[in-house]
Design a protein around this ligand. Structure first.
Ligand code: KG4
Ligand code: ZN
Length: 374
């Protein structure tokens, strides 16, 4: 089965074609095209929904066309079996662009739609394989974490635990089987990615600050500032990151630190020379990672899962990936992390989620739902 995946929930326009045969095996990625309006949001310090939707309209057809052609198919009558499209959660204007385009193509090509929850997409980014996509797996037998190419005998086993860490979500989800998901906990306020972005804003870093904080943190000492680990001791699996942001704000005020307003990536890279910035970034990053890793590993133990899965933009963070590799290796649980490209929003993860959860609909039955949860 060949599926075209379309993702337009926020500022990324993604389209990809995947091919799969067996739900016990990974799907193959035939093409993966992406356009982003991120640069325009860096200047405004965050996403203005109206702008994001207008950019989606510009990109949607060229991106879909490219993904179909790169998969070696004919755009006018492609040999695909279904269109998987993100129908929520997300920004309504952006979602509508993808959903309405998918409906038109579905009618035109006479193939069904599979409406996909964006959060499932981040999880199912782990079920994709190509020769050039690296998938990090810790085998139970490995003493040291290693990067292995996927073989069927190291494939994702249930029950699995997924940590979805993105700009909008920080969720721990127990997966008993395809489509059998139980949410163990989620964020009560800011998501982990949102914490990176909002704290970055306090430091006058351009949006999205996550990748930049991660880069600057490499040069800093995480022990410099003693920041809180919110909800570390709570008995549930919920998270909260807004208190961490307030602590950083209080620290800035107390010390009368002033950061130049350089909302531009080139200027922001100069921050690497500031001891204050790199140490703050390292301390913030460690506080966020500590909580994520602690709570996730607690759930791994309690639910005796066979696989641990990461997904979402924050899963692209190198320090987070390394910490999870170390901890899951010690624990003896197989860890799956998508390649960096498949952590952030993309069409491939939507196509993959569609393959394993084939909820076929006719075009008339699909509507966008910005508030959708699991
Ligand atoms: O999954 P995603 O692309 O979009 C949402 O569904 O939200 O995630 C975007 C989020 C942003 O908050 C961004 O700052 C964060 O992922 N992010 C990172 C890194 N790369 C992206 N956070 C920390 N370290 C990174 N390397
Ligand atoms: Zn996302």
């Amino acid at each position: 089965m060949r599926i075209l995946g379309i993702e337009t929930s926020c500022d990324e326009t993604g389209a990809a074609v995947i091919e799969g045969t067996d739900i016990n095996q990974p799907v193959k990625l035939l093409s993966n095209s992406l356009a982003t309006s991120l640069a325009s949001h860096a200047i405004t310090g965050g996403i203005i929904p109206e702008n994001a939707a207008r950019e989606q309209i510009k990109f949607i057809i060229p991106v879909i066309k490219e993904s179909i052609q790169k998969a070696g198919l004919n755009f006018k009558r492609p040999e695909i079996d279904a269109i998987a499209v993100t129908y929520g959660p997300g920004l309504i204007g952006s979602l509508l662009v993808g959903v309405e385009t998918a409906k038109t193509l579905s009618m035109l090509w006479n193939i069904p739609i599979i409406p996909v929850n964006h959060l499932y997409g981040h999880i199912y980014a782990n079920w994709i394989t190509t020769d050039n996509i690296e998938h990090k797996v810790n085998s139970k037998n490995d003493k040291k974490p290693s990067a292995l190419s996927l073989k069927p005998n190291t494939w994702i086993e249930f029950p699995a635990l997924a940590l979805v860490v993105s700009g909008g979500h920080t969720d721990l989800v127990l997966i008993k089987n395809h489509g059998e998901l139980i949410v163990l906990g989620g964020t009560r306020d800011d998501a982990a990615g949102e914490a990176f972005d909002k704290i970055g804003r306090l430091l006058s870093l351009p949006y999205p600050a996550g990748p930049l904080i991660s880069k600057l943190a490499d040069k800093g000492d995480p022990k410099t500032y003693n920041l809180p680990r919110p909800m570390w001791d709570s008995k549930d699996y919920d998270f909260s990151f807004s208190g961490l942001k307030t602590s950083v704000l209080n620290l800035i005020k107390k010390n009368n630190w002033v950061f130049d307003n350089h909302l531009n990536v080139d200027k922001a890279n100069e921050y690497g020379n500031s001891k204050l910035i790199v140490n703050l970034c390292a301390s913030v990053q460690e506080a966020i990672i500590d909580v994520l890793v602690f709570k996730t590993m607690k759930a791994v133990t309690e639910f005796e899962v066979k696989s641990l899965i990461l997904g979402g933009g924050v899963a692209a963070n190198t320090a987070l990936r390394e910490e999870f590799q170390n901890r899951s290796s010690v624990k003896g649980v197989n860890l799956y992390v998508p390649s960096v490209k498949l952590c952030t929003d993309n069409g491939a993860m939507i196509a993959s989620a569609g393959f394993y959860n084939r909820n076929f609909k006719s075009w008339a039955e699909v509507t966008a739902d910005p508030e959708l949860y699991y």
